[in-house]
Design a protein around this ligand. Structure first.
Ligand code: DX5
Length: 219
């Protein structure tokens, strides 16, 4: 079963709760909220208050993607605001093993995200500490960027790494996911598609865009 998550980064910020609900009604499996601090990535987006607001708007899996430095300082707050899952970046964690364990102690699922330049090998020592791996297929910071095709091979190598360990961890892919790249991503072994600008745009409705994504991977 392939899960689709709507990233609200490209949604209409004047109607964020409504847009999240639209994605829920359209049948997505989760909402991913990109928290950006302007240091780990060039952009600044939302904070704890926005997570609290979105928690009240949808009943779906609320994924918080922490694209921030020193995420270990904010884990408790985001879980308290209603996060079901927290993604931290390998590149932002000095003590990654401890941080992943702390997320789990707080009762949330531990997500580990890696940037395009980060090799799959960095996952080896912490695969048992993560509940999901997220492969960034753009350099994080903005929506609507070009999918980096070289990451397809990395996705496959991570899937092989997991299979060798007898681990069936989900692999999420985030960045440039659309009806063209989605089938390639799924064939490479990913099981969660995080899509922003291909769901929230002025070309079609949220429902139409989600349906088109689903069709692209069912075909
Ligand atoms: C990193 C963000 C984006 C966002 C999805 O920049 O994490 O990847 O979620 O953006 P799209 O789907 O528009 O590439």
């Amino acid at each position: 079963m392939i899960a689709i998550e709507a990233s609200v980064l490209s949604a209409d910020y004047l109607r964020l709760g409504e847009q999240a609900r639209e994605a829920q009604v359209a049948g997505v499996d989760g909402i991913q909220v990109d928290i950006m601090d302007g240091r780990f990535v060039p952009n600044i987006t939302f904070g704890q208050g926005m997570v609290r607001a979105l928690r009240s708007a949808v009943s779906l899996m609320l994924d918080i993607h922490l694209m921030i430095v020193e995420p270990e300082h904010y884990l408790e707050e985001f879980v308290e605001e209603g996060a079901d899952r927290l993604f931290v970046h390998y590149e932002a964690c000095t003590h990654l093993h401890r941080t992943l364990g702390h997320i789990r102690e707080l009762g949330a699922e531990a997500g580990l995200a890696i940037n395009p330049a980060t090799p799959a090998s960095v996952l080896e020592e912490v695969l048992d500490m993560a509940d999901i791996i997220q492969v960034m297929t753009v350099n994080p910071g903005f929506g609507g960027q070009q999918f980096i095709r070289s990451q397809l091979d990395k996705i496959s190598r991570i899937r092989e790494m997991l299979e060798k360990r007898g681990l069936a961890l989900p692999i999420a892919v985030d960045g440039g996911v659309d009806t063209t790249t989605a089938p390639l991503i799924v064939s490479a072994g990913a099981t969660v598609l995080v899509a922003g600008s291909s769901i929230y745009n002025d070309r079609a409705s949220v429902a139409q865009n989600v349906a088109a994504l689903r069709e692209s991977i069912e075909a």
